[in-house]
Design a protein around this ligand. Structure first.
Ligand SMILES: Cc1cc2nc3c(=O)[nH]c(=O)nc-3n(C[C@H](O)[C@H](O)[C@H](O)COP(=O)(O)OP(=O)(O)OC[C@H]3O[C@@H](n4cnc5c(N)ncnc54)[C@H](O)[C@@H]3O)c2cc1C
Length: 402
């Protein structure tokens, strides 16, 4: 009973001394080296290779990989904490960590020992970045409706088709791609492949200009008779959709962490501003309507953090299946709705200054919007949560309790 009540109130204090040390290191790097770059990354919309270098130098990519593959095996929770800390200052830089996890998870979860040893060490060292290519022009939320095909020919698969909105397009060496190996089989006809950027027939197309997270590349991928060795297929033929969903169960909390970082960063900035800015002879923080907004912002951040840490602990406990699917979707939904609401409120606290580019909260509000859209829109998260709830209730009835 004691354990249950402790777990229901997870806070930053639940981190071990070693985990707190990592958190402090990331916080210092984020504040001192990444924060001064954030506005420029947004303005130039150039991929921040210098931030990648900071991560490499300090072994941050290694947090999300186990020791045999060149990492430090620091736990899923620590990766979430790192994404949150960086995203307080720069959501583009936070996304680099989140997508390293997203793009690697397929290999970690479904790769053979040989594939893990071939691909993971370069990812753990940050020598290569990773990408996850599921979405197509005609299939986003309904990802199983994808049209990209993979036809087996001897020891190779021949891929034809395209992907759209792929984060890290053009900056990474490894793309985990999903394609139909059996067009008649719907979800069960999808397979997963690691496609290397220098494979003949693979091409990166247009990089999209966008509202926020501007330093992150979002682009098209084309496969024109792209021949991928059969040894790059992850799992068995037909396992692809299951792999894609298991990846999302573990990567959506990373987007939740990005959202929470944005919300906390905006709250901290708005609070500091409200103590300085005076109207009617006193700091605006002393006006109860402004103080109340700040209190609500802080409350939503704390609630989001409780969920996020709980979800990190659940992943680290080795949970799989329905329990993780539901909590991961709840966490992504809640933290990213908090991100949008709180960053919008931060703009309001700053008044006219909140709306101009000189102050970071307008960037934070633009960056927050995407967290409600990618890795499954928040409408899709609600569908996932409801579906898992209905399964649970069915079990309840079958047990004769209802
Ligand atoms: C910046 C950026 C980065 C991205 N990075 C990646 C990436 O790295 N890899 C990748 O594979 N994809 C990536 N995506 C794609 C992203 O995951 C999709 O855009 C998202 O899943 C939504 O798909 P869609 O855009 O096709 O919208 P649609 O599926 O067309 O949905 C349009 C609207 O309808 C709603 N909707 C759809 N179906 C339902 C339903 N059944 N019930 C209720 N509402 C519904 C949606 O919530 C949404 O509001 C990225 C997108 C962006 C913009």
């Amino acid at each position: 009973m004691e354990t249950t009540s402790r777990r229901s109130a997870i806070t930053a204090e639940d981190l071990s001394p070693e985990q707190r040390e990592i958190k402090d290191l990331v916080r210092t790097l984020a504040r001192e080296r990444i924060a001064p770059r954030a506005a420029e990354i947004d303005r130039t919309a150039e991929f921040p290779w210098d931030v990648v270098e900071i991560y490499r130098e300090n072994g941050l990519f290694g947090l999300m990989f186990d020791e045999p593959y060149g990492g430090v095996g620091a736990s899923a929770l620590m990766t979430l904490v790192a994404i949150e800390e960086v995203s307080k200052y720069c959501a583009t830089s936070g996304l680099i960590l989140a997508v390293q996890e997203l793009g690697s998870l397929g290999i970690k979860l479904a790769g053979s020992e040989e594939q893990k040893r071939r691909f993971l060490p370069a990812l753990a060292a940050g020598e290569s970045l990773a990408a996850y290519a599921l979405t197509e022009a005609g299939s986003g939320s309904d990802s199983a409706a994808m049209a990209t095909e993979a036809r087996r020919e001897g020891d190779e698969y021949v891929l034809n088709g395209s992907k759209r909105f792929i984060t890290n397009a053009g900056v990474t060496q490894l793309y985990v791609c999903f394609a139909k190996t059996d067009k008649t089989a719907d979800h069960d006809g999808i397979s997963a492949f690691v496609v290397e950027a220098d494979t003949p027939g693979f091409e990166v197309g247009r990089i999209e200009p966008k509202m926020g997270i501007k330093g992150s590349t979002t682009g098209e991928l084309f496969f024109n008779d792209c021949r991928v060795p059969a040894s790059n297929r992850l799992g068995e033929e037909g396992d692809g959709f299951g792999i894609a969903m298991r990846v999302l169960d573990r990567s959506r909390p990373g987007i939740a962490a990005q959202g929470l970082g944005l919300a906390q960063g905006a709250t901290d900035y708005a609070c500091a501003y409200a103590k300085e800015r005076e109207t009617f002879g006193e700091p605006i923080a002393r006006h109860q309507l402004v103080g109340g907004m700040l209190a609500d912002m802080a409350t939503r951040c704390e609630a989001a953090r409780g969920l996020l840490y709980r979800c990190g602990h659940l992943i680290d406990s080795g949970a799989d299946g329905s329990e993780l699917t539901k909590l991961s979707a709840i966490t992504k939904l809640f933290c990213t709705d908090v991100a949008m609401g709180v960053t919008t409120d931060a703009v309001q606290v700053l008044g006219g200054y909140g709306y101009i580019q000189e102050y970071p909260v307008e960037r934070m509000m633009r960056d927050a919007k995407i967290t409600q859209i990618y890795e499954g829109t928040n409408q899709i998260q609600r569908l996932v949560i409801a579906r898992e709830m209905l399964k649970e209730n069915r079990a309840f009835l079958l047990a004769g309790i209802g």
